[in-house]
Design a protein around this ligand. Structure first.
Ligand SMILES: [Ca+2]
Length: 326
């Protein structure tokens, strides 16, 4: 009888132990689920704060830029790094003019200039000069990188120059891949150019950007700064970098009213600028990138949104990138 009672007690204790194990497991899973739910909720909230920043920027561009012939850095859109507090966090955003940098897609050669021996386009010459001015430590000749980007962008598989690179060059790599043979969607595509090192990327990155689906963008001389006046010097070989800085430095606070004011400036007095280059310069902009950082509770969320002002003066989001620079 006593022995049977002892067995029953052991069985009861085993059942209790089993129940405790199961209960601990359930409680652990419940806590995990709750934390997951909390993380998802925080990320969703941060995402929607990012979208709210986009909407605020659309309204800002509508009121300060859309339809204007003069887009300059004294306008409200250009206030860098504005931060707005929200419950349990903050939203920081800055709008950058995508026509105040070199659009890599401009290196795509028009079809009629793709025959071998037609020489460099004006944009290619300008990019090569920009590299020669500002990326002197590049691990390859500036001419090669210019040709490689153009080969990446053009539809054919013909090398433009001996320094270029087409799909056979990439297919032969240890990690093979093909050239895009179309326009870039992000500046980070530059990283996969043949033999381009991380150090090269850091040298070139500050000067370039990518406007999706656009290979004919213009440079806005009202939004480039004294520090990046080399962008202008790159297009006008006779204009040295110092004179280009002086020209941009002497710009009225509210920008050049017309592009002709630029051509009449003393820095360009004895320099002839071709009509083609003149047509590539402007005083307004239609493409911007908004870089937003949302902090909400334990979450940090980065969003880059490309905004375009279309021909009907409507502002639209044409591309988004989550978690990094454009
Ligand atoms: Ca190609």
């Amino acid at each position: 009888m006593r022995r049977q009672a002892g067995v029953a007690l052991v069985v009861v204790m085993m059942i209790v132990a089993l129940v405790v194990v199961i209960a601990v497991g359930m409680s652990g899973r419940l806590q995990l689920q709750l934390q997951r739910q909390l993380n998802l909720q925080q990320q969703q909230q941060a995402y929607w704060y990012g979208i709210a920043a986009e909407q605020a920027s659309i309204q800002l561009l509508k009121s300060t830029v859309a339809g204007k012939d003069n887009v300059n850095l004294s306008q409200d859109w250009a206030l860098l790094g504005a931060t707005f507090p929200v419950d349990n966090g903050s939203i920081t955003g800055k709008l950058i003019d995508l026509q105040s940098c070199f659009n890599l897609n401009n290196l795509q050669r028009p079809a009629e200039q793709r025959q071998i021996g037609t020489g460099q386009t004006t944009n290619q010459k300008a990019f090569q000069r920009l590299l020669e001015l500002k990326a002197t430590d590049l691990s390859m000749p500036a001419e090669y990188l210019t040709a490689r980007i153009s080969d990446w962008l053009d539809a054919d598989s013909l090398l433009q120059t001996a320094g270029g690179a087409e799909q056979d060059d990439y297919a032969g790599l240890q990690m093979p891949f093909y050239t895009a043979n179309s326009l870039m969607g992000s500046t980070s595509e530059l990283r996969v150019m043949l033999d381009l090192t991380p150090a090269d990327y850091e040298l070139v990155r500050p000067w370039v950007c990518v406007i999706p689906k656009n290979s004919t963008s213009k440079l806005n001389l009202n939004t480039i700064t004294v520090e990046n006046a080399a962008l202008l010097a790159a297009y006008i070989p006779e204009l040295d970098e110092g004179a280009a800085s002086d020209l941009i430095g002497s710009r009225p606070e509210e920008g050049f009213a017309t592009i002709d004011e630029v051509w009449a400036s003393p820095q360009l007095a004895n320099i002839s600028v071709t009509d083609e280059v003149k047509a590539m310069m402007t005083t307004n902009s239609n493409y911007f990138v908004l870089e937003t950082t949302v902090t909400y509770m334990d979450t940090i969320f980065n969003l880059a949104s490309v905004l375009v002002i279309d021909e009907q003066q409507k502002v639209k989001v044409i591309a988004r990138r989550f978690g990094g620079q454009w």
